[in-house]
Every structure is written in C-alpha cells, then in structure tokens.
Design a protein. Structure first.
Length: 498
C-alpha cells in the first residue's frame, strides 16, 4: 500500500523569518518517524508568508495523515513556546492511496469523498480539498475498507442464499389449498390497513394471533426461563449504527421526525391551511418537523443490547434470557408484500440470550426442542429446518455466506399448500434462531465478571405462525389439531356487516 499526501499548514502569523527553524523541527520529527517506519518521508516543498506546503509519503503501516496530525502538535508546541505561533488550519490539497485488491472488480463502483482509478486489481483512491476534521475522524481507513468490501460483495451478488437442510417433519396431507389471507378478507376477519403493508385484525383473526402469542410464551419461552421486558418502539440512529442496521438496510427503515416546536403560533399557518383546504399541507408541514434522528423498531434486539451497554453482568445472572412482545416492527417491503405474511408492519416476540458459548449452544438445542414441540405437537405442521446465510451477513450483502457449527442462523420453514407442489414451491420462513458470537457484545461493550460472552436472538413472527398454520389447517376450527384447540377453544363471533 502506497500513500502520497500534499498538505498546507496555515500559521497564525508570518513565519518567513523562522523557516529554517521550522525545517529543523520537521527534520527531527521525520527521523523519529523513520525509526518506526523506514518508508515514511516528509519533504518541505514551499514556504510563503504564513504558510507551509509539504508532502508526506509512505509504503508502510504509518499513515501520512496520522504523521501530519502529529507534526502539527509538535510544531504548535515548539513554536508556541518560543514565538507564540500556532497553526490555524490544515488543508489537504492532494492525497492518493494506491493498493492491490484481492479480486478484480466485476464492475465500476464509487465511494464518497474520492475519485477512484481502477486498473485490474490495482486501485488508486484520490482525495483533495479535505480538512483536518476529516483526518481526525478516521474516514480514510474506512474508505479503504469500503472499497475492498464493495469488490468482495460484487462476487456475492447473484449468488443464491446459502441453504442446507438439517431436519424435516415429513409430508402431511393438507386440509385445503387456499390462500388464508384472501379467505380471511372474504370472511371479514381482516381488512387491508389504511396504509400499504398494514392490516386490521377483527376479533376472529386477533384471537388466533393472541393464541399464537400465548403458545410462544407458555410453550417455548417460560419453560426455558425467559423473562419479559418492555422496550420503546422508537430506535435512535446511534443504536442502529452499532448494530449495522443503518448501513445494512436504510431503505427498509420507517423514519421518525419530531416537531420542531410545540408552540401553537408556529403551527398556525399549517392549522389554517388544513382548515381551509381539508388536506394536509405537506410543504408547510416540512417546515415544522425536524430531520429524523430515529426510526420505528425494525427488530427488538438492538434496544435490548443498548440497555446493557457498558454493563458488567454477574456470573450468577448468566445466561441472560429476556424477550419483548410489545414493540411493533416496521419494515418497508415495497413490492415484496403479500398477504399477512410479508407486510410493512408486523407483530413479533423477540427472545434475546446472552451467556457463555457453552450456555448458548446448550440453549440452542433446548430452543429447537421447544419449537419442534410447538410445530409438531400443537400445530402438526409439515415443516423443516435449514442452515442459512446469517441475517447479519445478508445485511452486508454477503448472501452466499455459509454458517459455522457454533455461530449462524437456522431457519424454520413451513410448506404452503396454496403455493403449489411441495417439492418445487416456495416454503415460508416461520421462525429463525441465531447465535451471533460476540458481534453485539463487543459493539455495546457488555462484559461479565469472568466469562467471555456471546449472544443470539430468535424472532417469533406471529403473522408468520398464523399464516403457516391456517395455510395447512384451514379456517375451519373443526379441522384444527387438538393441541391448538387447548389455546383457542372457539372463535369469537365478530361483527356482522350488512
């Protein structure tokens, strides 16, 4: 990797009488750097009245921009004592970074703040007119990593998701072949919501969903010792920056804007326009709301991790087993919506578990056993389990990434008879179970007294459970398994429409 930087120091006063002294300070500093990295070299190019132009090059581990910032501190210290001089500004007039990629890019790409010159596996990042703040924030190393990541991701694009079957229940004869969403609409059990990707559940459908929730809690979570917590529906951006959601799926997030003020006078024109036009004056509204700094819950686990940020957990509290069922999840699905199983707004229970590697691997087996009990004995489903690309790798675009035996994601999938042949149609993912290693433990600086911690989660989607069950067992309670009837003895009458 080769770095070439050209920069200007602007001093607080004329330095033309002490140019040689400044050169001497730089020479001493240069020698101290060479002791650490023999490839680095600082060259004084030009002095003007109150400015200095210099270049720094390096082929080693010591970055020129880091050397530049250190040199500024040395000059300010030396010149400040003797001449009451300081450095007002650093300006980077040119910075090129040359390195070799592991793979040749398959197509042209770009990164912010820079021009790219790509020839085969060789790449040159060209920056100009960047300031000192840019250097302090370590953007440059992130830009190098981003360029490498973009090329790597090009080799994942177009790959099918990694999928490896590990267990299946065996074929069961379906009760019917209809789409449960369409049939529930006809029966007035559900209604398309007032905005796209949302649904209104009347009493019958709501009763089924609440039964699913009760089964998940009573048959899966409570027997394993999970405790309920309650969290906010609103997630600030700094949490999603740590979990990777902001860079992984910004196009799927529902964003939240706060009012700029509660002062009624500032809203007067908006109110007046609304009264006159009987419509929402969007242009006026935009003047009165702030730029979003948060979004609606995408998944419950980020805030659970945030609640433990910087904490040291006692050994006696391990493993931590908690779940939330109150926060409604929202994801912008755009054209991928279908029925109640692929929606923008959905209801889920999210168990999160934190403990030692041994504790979590043991918990995974126990969770699998509890899910098997529900899907086999209560729902009597035709279903299967498979190792898949972990969802956090999908966020990064690495959809072909495989699992490891310790960390990774297991998907639980159900056959949907209305979609066609069992062997060739698309099955529905109704459950997942992930062990994430120390990914979020490190991100949120969660520690224990002695042990190294891992974490994981296992989102339980109530709409998915409901759809899979009804797709195989119909809407007729007489055809439902006895195990499920224990939790829902009869459907409420609901509302009759004329």
């Amino acid at each position: 990797m080769k770095f070439d930087l050209v920069a200007d120091f602007t001093f607080s006063n004329d330095v033309s009488k002490i140019n040689s002294e400044i050169e001497s300070i730089i020479s001493v500093f240069n020698k101290s750097l060479v002791d650490k990295d023999k490839s680095i070299k600082i060259v004084v190019k030009k002095f003007e009245k109150n400015s200095l132009n210099l270049s720094i090059s390096s082929k080693g581990i010591f970055r020129p921009h880091n050397a530049l910032l250190q040199l500024k501190n040395v000059l300010c210290k030396e010149l400040g004592k003797k001449h009451q001089l300081g450095i007002r500004e650093i300006k980077i007039t040119g910075y090129s970074i040359d390195f070799k990629l592991e793979k040749q890019p398959l197509k042209i790409f770009s990164i912010p703040f820079a021009d790219l010159d790509i020839k085969g596996k060789k790449i040159k990042i060209l920056l100009k007119d960047i300031n000192e703040d840019f250097l302090h924030k370590n953007y440059i190393d992130r830009m190098i990593n981003l360029a490498k990541e973009k090329v790597e991701n090009q080799y994942y694009e177009g790959k099918g998701e990694f999928w490896k079957l590990i267990w299946e229940s065996g074929e069961k004869k379906p009760v019917w072949l209809k789409d449960p969403t369409e049939e529930m609409v006809k029966l007035n059990w559900i209604k398309q919501g007032p905005t796209k990707g949302k649904w209104f559940y009347y009493a019958q459908a709501a009763a089924i969903m609440k039964a699913m929730e009760e089964i998940a809690i009573e048959e899966v979570l409570k027997p394993l010792g999970f405790q309920e917590i309650i969290e906010s529906h609103i997630v600030p951006f700094d949490i999603w920056l740590k979990t990777g959601h902001m860079e992984g799926m910004p196009s799927e997030i529902y964003y939240v804007s706060e009012p700029v003020s509660r002062d009624v006078e500032k809203w007067e024109r908006f109110i007046d326009l609304t009264k006159i036009t009987k419509a929402v004056p969007v242009d006026e509204l935009q003047k009165n709301i702030s730029v979003p700094t948060a979004g609606i819950c995408y998944a419950q686990c980020p805030i659970i991790y945030w609640s433990l940020k910087g904490k040291t957990v006692s050994e006696g509290s391990l493993p931590i087993l908690v779940y939330d069922k109150t926060a409604i999840s929202c994801r912008y699905e755009s054209g991928g919506r279908h029925g109640i199983e692929r929606v923008d707004e959905f209801h889920r229970i999210e168990p999160v578990y934190i403990g030692t590697k041994v504790q979590l691997l043991d918990l995974r087996e126990k969770l699998i056993d509890r899910y098997k009990h529900v899907f086999n004995d209560i729902f009597e489903l035709d279903w299967r389990m498979a190792w898949v690309t972990p969802w956090y790798m999908q966020q990064a675009g690495k959809i072909g990434e495989a699992y490891s035996q310790d960390t990774g994601t297991i998907d639980f999938e159900a056959f949907m008879p209305y979609r066609g042949d069992r062997n060739n149609s698309e099955w529905l993912e109704i459950q997942n179970l992930s062990i994430l290693g120390d990914k979020y433990i490190t991100a949120f600086n969660i520690k224990s007294q002695k042990s190294e911690l891992w974490s994981g989660c296992s989102g339980i989607g109530l709409e998915r459970w409901t759809t899979a069950f009804l797709a195989q067992k119909s809407l007729d309670p007489e055809k439902w398994p006895n195990g499920f009837k224990k939790y829902l003895k009869e459907l409420p009458r609901g509302i009759e429409f004329l």
